[in-house]
Design a protein around this ligand. Structure first.
Ligand code: NAP
Length: 425
């Protein structure tokens, strides 16, 4: 039975994207797919419409169209539905398989669960994907920013983000403390006095399906290496397990000529590892070392897969090397479903001023096109953004870091990209 949307205006034309094979991420994408879009809170009201305009222009320039289905979450949903995440929105994203959203505000404080985390968990978007690559003309603190071409697969549902934690002073935290100290024998480990306790669950199921996604991506996109990043020397039974299970996927689920699981890679130099020609090498590295290597040995890394918190830190650090938050795109992948979203938040102090940089949300749309098999439209979006930036026409955040650039509003910058799309098509 089909769902009856309460307050969503259905697009007049357009067809639903259908699933052909859920396990292999295979979709049947019509020429005019219906794509749900959440503009988002704060600067989402600026960058959401900008992304919509650019993506539609790229679709049109490659002989297609998009039937946008505007749905609501966060502030806009509270106005319309009196709730943060209405069923209409969750169902639209669920049943249309491909969607894009802007940032949502999460007020700090108890009792307000992150809507982003709720959406990812409800619809099982278990892998958060963040590509970091250099666009010509973007200011960077690095000497050779063009060496950066990485894509991070961050586990999205487990780790300390699972939200299993207890507040200091509560009866619950006392119970957990007693259990850990008395029944589990860690009596000497924690200081006396008030304490907060959280749990870091990492499962075989969650780790393996994430690593599988990263390896499949590497094979499909001709990448030569997948690096599993954990802090297994200290957190042996969580992060250590993650990398161990990841290596098992590499060893047991692929042919040797296709995927090579590098033994002892934790302590080996890459050049000392003998990899069969054309195989994707899967290796293991420690998280702290990786944070310096992405700066010092940038070109050695390609696809990275890691637990949730490592992924959050590492992808922000990588993003800073190639232009920062205004540029950094992302997407959440599940099985045969994608929800594209920029890495940045709602930056409330810049909201509604027509100044925010829409590049991150536009390039998130590029990832969505890539997932849909619209490679030509995806390339066009990237090329047009790059042409716009390298011509020295940028938004405030990049202009303040460049010597001779012209500062454009969000709307002017969006129009400039559309112009480049039309020229390049
Ligand atoms: P933020 O919204 O990402 O903004 C931090 C700063 O980054 C901004 O003040 C601005 O720097 C720069 N920035 C971010 N996006 C930009 C853009 N598109 N163009 C130009 N500059 C940009 O982080 P926050 O202030 O920590 O978080 C604000 C809210 O967003 C919080 O409620 C948080 O929970 C939420 N959040 C949501 C998501 C999501 O929806 N996925 C992700 C992260 C945070 P300058 O002021 O220096 O120019």
């Amino acid at each position: 039975m089909s769902y009856d949307y309460e307050k969503v205006e259905m697009p007049g034309d357009g067809q639903k994207i259908e699933v052909v094979d859920e396990d292999n991420d295979e979709l049947d994408v019509p020429e005019t797919p219906i794509i749900p879009i959440v503009h988002g809170d704060g600067i989402g009201t600026d960058v959401g419409p900008a992304a919509q305009t650019v993506l539609e222009a790229a679709a049109n320039a490659t002989g297609r169209d998009i039937a946008w289905m505007r749905v609501f979450a966060g502030e806009s949903a509270r106005e319309k539905y009196d709730e943060n995440l209405p069923d209409d929105t969750v169902t639209a994203i669920d049943e249309h398989r491909v969607a894009i959203k802007g940032p949502l505000t999460t007020p700090v404080g108890a009792g307000f669960r992150s809507l982003n985390v709720a959406l990812r968990q409800t619809l099982d978007f278990y892998s958060n994907v963040r590509p970091t690559y250099y666009l010509d003309g973007v200011p960077s603190p690095m000497k050779a920013p063009e060496e950066m071409d990485m894509i991070t697969f961050r586990e999205n549902t487990e780790d300390v983000y699972a939200g299993i934690e207890w507040e200091a002073g509560t009866e619950e935290v006392k119970k957990v403390r007693n259990f850990v100290e008395e029944e589990m024998g860690f009596g000497e480990t924690m200081h006396d006095g008030p304490i907060g306790i959280g749990i870091k669950p990492i499962t075989e199921f969650g780790s393996k399906r994430l690593v599988r996604k990263a390896i499949d991506y590497a094979i499909e996109h001709d990448r030569d290496k997948v690096t599993l990043v954990g802090k297994g020397n200290i957190m042996k039974f969580t992060e250590g397990q993650f990398t161990e299970w990841g290596m098992e996927v590499a060893q047991e689920e692929y042919d040797d000529e296709e995927v090579f699981a590098a033994p002892d890679s934790l302590w080996e130099e890459r050049d000392d590892i003998d990899v069969p020609e054309d195989a994707v090498m899967v290796e293991e590295r420690l998280a702290d070392a990786m944070l310096q290597w992405i700066q010092l040995r940038t070109d050695e890394f390609s696809v990275l897969a890691m637990p949730n918190l490592n992924g959050d830190y590492l992808s922000d650090a990588a993003g800073a090397q190639i232009g920062g938050l205004g540029i950094a795109p992302g997407a959440n992948f599940g099985d045969a479903r994608v929800l594209a979203e920029p890495v940045h938040g709602s930056a409330p102090k810049h909201a509604g001023q027509d100044k925010a940089n829409p590049t991150a949300m536009i390039l998130s749309g590029r990832l969505m096109f890539d997932y849909m098999g619209w490679d030509d439209a995806a390339d066009l979006v990237r090329d047009a953004v790059e042409e716009t930036i390298s011509s020295g026409t940028v938004t405030y955040d990049l202009e303040r870091q460049l010597a001779d650039a012209e500062k454009l509003s969000t709307t002017e910058y969006t129009a400039a990209i559309v112009e480049h799309i039309e020229k390049l098509a």
